[in-house]
Design a binder for this molecule. Structure first.
Ligand SMILES: C[C@@H]1N[C@@H](c2cn(-c3ccccc3)nn2)[C@H](O)[C@@H]1O
Length: 445
């Protein structure tokens, strides 16, 4: 029996409209975390901050007042939105998510509702507008990241304990609604909102308010895409309501982690947002610990697509508005691989053939073509493929050299070996294409 909810999930199953289909077919996105935190870049008064750079305000060694003054230094003379968009194009990103306001409350757009925004910095101009324009011009859809949690706003509360808290929070809720409707008015080509900072107890009491606001936003831009991280249900549950049904249009639970199996995804749409270092979203000038290679990031991308998800790789531009060289190098390496193999990513998703050790299957939703993305080449080069019965492997070739065809060797019923011919030196994974044919149903079999 299900629990009666007024503000739970409002839709069972996936959205099937055009805008959601477009979202579902992106495969690869670019996250951009940019703001005042890029100025200190993980250091303060010569001390190294070991946390996430965009959280430096919460560091005991950095006084809040000192952080809150940083807007007086924001003057990114190297900011070149067209260069960022061009780089994203060569990376092969189909959408981009930009931080309009992170937890610190500093707004990268000229907001009517606060003075804590770019217009009051030395830079003095809108950042979001030129980015939207530049990315739209490259044919890359723009989504707006918005943190509900706002350390700068006097009405913000993480929990509501006193009558004063509740009064102050009402003002904060109105401010939040005003800013969101303002963003949709200023940037009407945005395709969706990526919410963050919604885990506070105070926010989890706002089921009715959030539900009404989400409806208002969807009315303002029909088809707007909003994930599971925005609103709480009647009992404060997020991502999945008290009946276990998905809130919003896709699951936003995969932050710096990936599902392992299709069951982990519960059959929903989802995205994975991923940092290049272990845990830095905003610019940190001294990356420590493991920094992912393009090979690892491509594997995460392919794994995401193979499980019906989108993979969103994070970039953290520095305080002057430059993309750092490590990210530029990764964008080029991943872009080179995507130039050859994007057919296995764009418009592709889960294929229910039995997962094998050599890598991942993706299937093109339109053509039905099957892609074997090979990360672990068997020492004997023999890739095992188990197909459902009655599927023939007539046409098999590699995306890198389509003219080189493969003759699958049937070793058991519906089980084949495909003997790799690819040179061992290929930098990224090899992609083998199977154009499966439905064998004629033999009578009586
Ligand atoms: C998308 C990412 N979400 C923000 C975040 C993550 N977290 C967090 C806080 C406690 C536990 C786990 C995650 N807090 N803020 C990061 O700052 C970045 O914006």
């Amino acid at each position: 029996t299900s629990i009666a909810l007024e503000h739970g999930s409002h839709r069972l199953g996936k959205r099937t409209d055009e805008m959601m289909q477009t979202w579902r077919n992106y495969g690869l996105g670019q996250f951009i975390h940019w703001g005042l935190y890029a100025i200190p870049g993980g250091h303060w008064e010569g001390k190294y901050y070991g946390g996430a750079a965009e959280w430096i305000r919460s560091w005991k060694d950095m006084p809040n007042e000192a952080y809150d003054e940083l807007y007086k230094e924001f003057d990114p003379q190297n900011f070149d939105p067209r260069a960022w968009a061009k780089q994203a194009k060569s990376l092969g990103a189909k959408y981009m998510i930009i931080t309009t306001k992170h937890h610190d409350g500093f707004c990268l757009w000229p907001s009517e509702y606060t003075d804590y925004d770019v217009t009051n910095s030395p830079y003095g101009k809108d950042i979001i507008g030129p980015l939207v324009e530049a990315y739209d011009a490259e044919g890359i859809d723009v989504y707006l990241y918005f943190s509900v949690m706002d350390w700068n706003h006097l009405g913000y509360r993480s929990k509501l304990e006193t009558e004063e808290d509740r009064e102050a929070y009402e003002g904060f809720k109105e401010f939040t609604r005003n800013q969101l409707l303002e963003l949709l008015d200023l940037y009407p080509t945005t395709k969706g909102l990526w919410f963050d900072g919604t885990w506070d107890a105070a926010w989890k009491e706002q089921a009715a308010f959030a539900d009404k606001l989400e409806t208002e936003m969807r009315e303002k831009i029909p088809g707007l895409i909003i994930g599971s991280r925005f609103r709480p249900d009647d009992y404060g549950n997020r991502h999945f309501d008290s009946n276990g049904d998905l809130m919003g249009d896709y699951e936003q639970g995969w932050e710096r982690k990936l599902p392992e199996t299709f069951e982990d995804t519960k059959g929903n749409d989802w995205d994975c947002v991923m940092t290049v270092p272990e845990n830095q979203w905003g610019y940190h000038s001294d990356w420590r610990g493991h920094v992912k290679t393009s090979f690892e990031l491509i594997e995460m991308l392919v794994k995401s697509v193979s499980l019906n998800g989108n993979f969103v790789m994070n970039f953290g531009p520095d305080g002057q508005g430059s993309i750092r060289e490590e990210e530029t190098k990764l964008a080029a390496e991943i872009g080179d691989w995507m130039d050859v193999n994007h057919e296995a990513i764009y418009g592709c998703g889960y294929l229910d053939w039995k997962k094998q050790d050599w890598g991942y299957y993706t299937k093109n939703r339109e053509t039905g073509k099957v892609y074997m993305v090979v990360f672990n080449r068997p020492l004997n080069g023999a890739l095992r493929v188990k197909t459902p019965s009655k599927i023939g492997l007539e046409k098999v070739y590699s995306l890198k050299e389509p003219s080189v065809t493969y003759e699958p060797e049937e070793v058991h019923k519906d089980e084949y070996f495909i003997h790799l011919k690819e040179s061992k030196t290929s930098k990224g994974p090899v992609v083998i294409v199977i154009e499966p044919t439905k064998e004629k149903q033999q009578e009586g079999t």
